[in-house]
Structures are given as structure tokens and as C-alpha cells.
Design a protein around this ligand. Structure first.
Ligand code: SAM
Length: 232
């Protein structure tokens, strides 16, 4: 995967997950049908859901899996063996593990990113040297905490979430992890927060954005985030 020096804009789609990685201005498009890294989700969904403790179905190079160890998440991977390997070897900090376990019993726990996805986000933040990040869709904070942990002390994450209750859990774990000072929680509709950032002159000042909220708004988020992230 080629890596541009700054802009990194990720959209997480519904289950199974695909992340759209926009690495340069020429890569991104306001027309989602032109965006790359978009496996046929309907195809994948048509591989029937498994209800057993573990059940894999394979079609071409895409795998649909459910595993109660990971909140019965549906995942896309190359092969079951490779995904098993990833899950067995992911480096999940203790504070993230605790947050994952607390969230597992909550309604909506399946919304949380998986440990390997969180570590992918952290790695990307780290390798592009991101200082200023935005997350749209915090829930109880698993992905935002992974991002905050990867940021340098001077780094900042604008964390957009409309649900106050889940934000309380997120804030508790930011505190436990000692990263509260890096996370600017915006309890509001994300579209309003993004527009306010632009109005306040913060366009062209972010290095990284991760979108993981209501899918019907993705095109609008995408357009606003293209103004907020630095294109050069
Ligand atoms: C898929 S979950 C996010 C999961 C999170 N990234 C994690 O790893 O735990 C989506 C979140 O987006 C929030 N959300 C949905 N629509 C929103 C909106 N318009 N503005 C702000 N937050 C929104 C929901 O309340 C929910 O907590």
C-alpha cells in the first residue's frame, strides 16, 4: 500500500467491514461508486450467517465468520487461518482489553471495532506521524482510545459522538489510559461538529480521519473531511 505523507481518511462500512483508505486527493472522489477498497458487501452478506460458536464460509478470497470470543463480529479476511493468526497475535493494550470487556455486555457492542482493526488504526496514525485526528462515531471509545494512545503527547483527536451515555464510558477509559488531554470530545451531531471546525478556520489542518457512524451520512462526512484534512 503506497503511503502519502499526510492525508489519511478512513471510512468504516457496515458489517462485514471494509475500510476505504484515501491516500491522496486524486484517490478520493465524491462519488462513492468510484472509491476503491470496496468489496461487494452484498455478495459477502449473502454468505449465510453462522450461529455456531465458530463457523466460517469461504467464497473466493473473502471470509465471513462469527466468533463469540470477539463479540460475534462478522469479518472479512483472506483465509480463516490468517484471521485466526491475527486474532491470536494482536497486541491489545490492557486498557483496551478492559474497555472491550466492559462494552461486550452492552447493547450495541457489535459496533465496536475489533482489536486488529484498532491496532491497524493505531499503526496508521503512528506511521504517518499524525498530530491532528478526527473520529466520527466514538461509541464507548475503543477505536478513539487506540488512536489517542498512538498519538504523540502533543497530538489531538476530535472525537465526535451524539450519545452521551456511551461517551461517559469513553471518557472513563481515556482517563484510565492517561490520554484525556489528547481527546477533545464533541458531544453533538457529527455534521455540526465538522461544520463548526470548518467555520472556526480549521480546514486543511488535520492529518487523519476515521469515520465509523451512520452510513447514510458518509458522503456528507467525506466532503467535509476533505476540507478538514491536509491534502499536501
Ligand atoms: C459503529 S459505532 C462506533 C464504534 C466505535 N468506533 C468503536 O470502536 O467503539 C457508531 C457510533 O456513531 C454514533 N453516531 C451515529 N450517528 C451519529 C451522528 N450523526 N453524530 C455523532 N455520532 C453519531 C452512534 O451513537 C454510535 O455510537
Amino acid at each position: 500500500m503506497a503511503m502519502a505523507s499526510h492525508l489519511l481518511l478512513l471510512h468504516r462500512f457496515s458489517k462485514p467491514i471494509s475500510m476505504l483508505v484515501a491516500l491522496s486527493s486524486s484517490f478520493v472522489s465524491s462519488n462513492p461508486s468510484k472509491t476503491r477498497f470496496s468489496p461487494s458487501i452484498s455478495n459477502i452478506r449473502s454468505i449465510a450467517g453462522a450461529t455456531n460458536r465458530r463457523d466460517w464460509s469461504v467464497r473466493a478470497s473473502v471470509v465471513f465468520a462469527k466468533d463469540e470470543k470477539y463479540g460475534n463480529k462478522e469479518v472479512v479476511c483472506v483465509t480463516p487461518q490468517i484471521y485466526d493468526y491475527i486474532l491470536a497475535n494482536v497486541r491489545e493494550p490492557e486498557v483496551l482489553r478492559k474497555l472491550r470487556e466492559e462494552t461486550a455486555n452492552m447493547r450495541g457492542s457489535q459496533m465496536q471495532v475489533s482489536p486488529d482493526q484498532a491496532q491497524l488504526l493505531a499503526m496508521l496514525v503512528h506511521i504517518i506521524g499524525a498530530q491532528r485526528c478526527i473520529e466520527v462515531g466514538v461509541f464507548t471509545g475503543y477505536s478513539s482510545l487506540a488512536i489517542a494512545l498512538a498519538l504523540p503527547e502533543s497530538g489531538r483527536l476530535i472525537a465526535c459522538e451524539r450519545d452521551g451515555q456511551s461517551l461517559e464510558i469513553a471518557k472513563k477509559y481515556y482517563k484510565q489510559a492517561g490520554v484525556s488531554h489528547k481527546v477533545d470530545v464533541r458531544h453533538a451531531l457529527a455534521i455540526d461538529t465538522l461544520n463548526v471546525l470548518i467555520l472556526h478556520g480549521e480546514a486543511d489542518s488535520f492529518d487523519f480521519a476515521f469515520v465509523d457512524a451512520e452510513k447514510k451520512m458518509y458522503q456528507e462526512y467525506h466532503e467535509l473531511l476533505l476540507q478538514l484534512v491536509r491534502l499536501e
